[in-house]
Design a protein around this ligand. Structure first.
Ligand SMILES: C[S@@+](CC[C@H](N)C(=O)[O-])C[C@H]1O[C@@H](n2cnc3c(N)ncnc32)[C@H](O)[C@@H]1O
Length: 316
């Protein structure tokens, strides 16, 4: 089965990421989100002089990536940690400046396709877990059964941009009075009844609610700006940064962080004098985010919402 993952899994925007990172020139690269190790493998294959230090907060993903990359010997180092701590982990490993960093944010296909992880409503009997790091933090079931109706509605609206958030929250609270909501199927059925009772839809009505819960459980949007700042601090002059996002909430934060790091003011338009202190430390490689072409989307429909932003570190 693990051999299947290597055979079937090609990382999103592989050629574009390698190009953006300048991975052919040889150097030390950080893969902030190892997942199934696809981008790391591509970087290691691109030049024999490349080394990769890879991070994942999910211990099972890390094990999978380590297995996939075992043939590269000590050119690959895997660390179980949140990428928002990558700087201190690099210090611990005695690594100095790096030549490039890639972050492919969100959840991996392997996580989505693992029924026991509870990320997808495609597996109705899955427990509502959704934690990337199964060793810590509340599960999706804890939030669904523990938050007040208003908090739930706010969460589903803020992280899912779900127009029916209030109706869904009300339906959840009514249902859990009878018995706690435990499985992906129970939650998905409730959402369908609350959001889309007529049964005709383009995307499954539970998609946004599941996205919202996953983002909340894993605290996915917090600290992205600081993460980009730390990545820029760590890059050697001429070093490259490549970030892939999968939804507009993430992309907005990354775009803003890139703007700030490239010296553009990010103060609210209503503020008369700039107070953000933006200083030009990077040059953004393409003004418009790169996206997969039709061939990649056909081969991997999950890539359809991917956006890649890339930048090069300037000399101070
Ligand atoms: C989209 S997948 C990466 C796929 C990978 N690029 C590949 O080619 O196989 C995202 C991975 O990032 C991990 N992840 C998400 N948030 C993280 C965080 N804050 N710190 C570390 N890893 C994280 C997830 O557990 C998941 O395995």
């Amino acid at each position: 089965m693990r051999e299947d993952i290597r055979r079937l899994h090609s990382p999103v925007l592989k050629a574009e990421v390698l190009e953006a990172l300048g991975a052919a020139r040889g150097g030390i690269f950080v893969d902030a989100t190892l997942g199934m190790g696809g981008h790391s493998e591509a970087i290691l294959l691109e030049s024999e002089r490349n080394r990769v230090i890879g991070f994942d907060r999910d211990g099972e993903a890390l094990e999978l990536a380590r297995e996939r990359l075992s043939g590269f010997g000590d050119r690959f180092t895997g660390v179980q940690a949140d990428y928002r701590r990558f700087g201190s982990e690099l210090d611990r490993l005695g690594a100095g400046l790096i030549d490039g960093l890639v972050a492919d944010l969100g959840v991996s296909s392997w996580q989505l396709d693992s029924p026991e992880r509870g990320f997808s409503f495609r597996f109705p009997a899955s427990p509502l877990d959704m934690r990337m790091d199964r060793g810590s933090g509340p599960t999706a079931a804890d939030l669904v059964n523990g938050l007040g109706e208003r908090e739930l509605a706010d969460l589903i609206w803020r992280y899912g941009e779900e127009p029916a958030a209030r109706r869904i929250a009300r339906r959840i609270v009514e249902a859990r009075r009878r018995s706690p909501i435990r499985t992906a199927g129970e939650l998905a059925d409730l959402v369908v009844r609350a959001a889309h009772p007529k049964g005709r839809w383009r995307i499954h009505p539970a998609t946004r609610t599941f996205q919202a819960l996953r983002i909340a459980v894993n605290n996915e949007l917090e600290g992205l700006g600081e993460f980009v700042a730390e990545a820029v601090d760590r890059l050697a002059p001429g070093g490259r940064l490549a970030v892939i996002t999968f939804h507009s909430l993430e992309d907005r934060l990354i775009k803003r962080a890139f703007r700030f790091q490239s010296g553009h003011c990010v103060c609210p338009p209503t503020q008369p004098v700039c107070g953000c202190g933006a200083v030009r430390r990077i040059e953004v490689l393409a003004r418009k985010a790169m996206a997969p072409g039709p061939d990649e989307i056909q081969a991997n429909p999950r890539a359809r919402s991917a956006k890649l932003r890339a930048a090069v570190r300037l000399y101070d």
